[in-house]
Design a protein around this ligand. Sequence first.
Ligand code: ADP
Ligand code: ASP
Ligand code: MG
Length: 405
Amino acid sequence: MALIVQKFGGTSVGTVERIQEVAKKLIQFQQQGHDLVVVVSAMSGETNRLLSLANELNDNPQGRELDVLLSTGEQVTIALLCMALEQQGVHANSYTGSQVRILTDKTHNKARIMEIDDQKIRNDLAKGHIVVVAGFQGCDEFGNITTLGRGGSDTTAVALAAALNASECQIYTDVDGVYTTDPRVVAEARRLDKITFEEMLEMASLGAKVLQIRSVEFASKYNVPLRVLSSFKEGGGTLITSEETEMEQAQISGIAFNRDEAKLTILGVPDNPGIASQILGPIAKQNIEVDMIIQNTGHDGTTDFTFTVHRNDYASAMSIIKAAAKTLSAREVNGDDKIAKISIVGVGMRSHAGIANTMFEALASEGINICMISTSEIKISVVIDEKYLELGVRTLHNAFELEHE
Ligand code: ADP
Ligand code: ASP
Ligand code: MG
């Protein structure tokens, strides 16, 4: 019998009625002859609710206790889903991450899965039970509860699929697949039948939150066939695969965007060796991730230096840069935390020229100014004023005719 790992996201288990629907669906799958391991998220809104409780009591909730708190969301859903299954006469056992033993490193709030013990799961499957595992959590070597970062249930599902050598990992969510861009922003967005791991990884890294980045990394590394489907609508969804052949025709596969960006500029710093590390070193020391970096051509022995960070890190990055500016006798420091990044992604870029130009012309035709540009082999990203984000995404979707196959 084929073993499938299925993951149901927050909206799909958002009410008791929806949990009942999921239970019915699982029973049908089981009757078709599948062995089922099911991963569930917390009911929609629950993780945010728990976070805001933590924020009421602590200015900066983090670490071990935040993980103890957040992991309860998923613990509720696994129990409720098993009760719904039992009610319909099907045996099911629920497991938290630490009960399975999903062993992670010690990085609270953003832990990485190191190892999974599949023994309990295999024993249950052998008895014909459905196994329900809490997403988004594990435990470190000392038994402390850890969580995997927002959206982490996707990664739990893929990691289980890899550990159990499942024939497919199916991610059920509130859209019926991966689209050319977020369908909430562009109504004409088109569902893709297939997308490569490489493209999906770029899309996820550049802001498409339909899959957690690590789940795609994991699936690609262990070659787990990964499919995104709707919990509410029939259909084959989107298969994420390593093959490129058919898709190479398209220049661009999708557009991703990220609103959570901020940029900082330090003007008139001496144009000497070591300047970049003197500016960015202290930023890295504070564990602030830097995304794009631009250093202007030097002029009269000085230069300007601009970089982007996550908007949540803007205030801390600014105070670090102000201190660096004094030491370096920089002329001025400025910044903007109302910027956004739009990226076009596609393996077809490797073999097509002129894509960047189409992108820049389309944005210019709408009067959208580009503040920063960065490119890699299969993506081009631009930073623009946040207020033009939606217009920019729609304009590019049109310019590359992504609504048509
Ligand atoms: P879940 O709670 O099931 O994990 P998420 O909210 O994490 O669901 O992910 C699904 C959402 O991802 C969709 O509702 C959609 O708005 C958003 N999304 C962003 N980019 C895309 C894309 N390119 N294709 C499909 N959905 C996308
Ligand atoms: N419940 C967690 C979150 O909201 C994990 C997940 O849903 O994947 O981020
Ligand atoms: Mg998600």
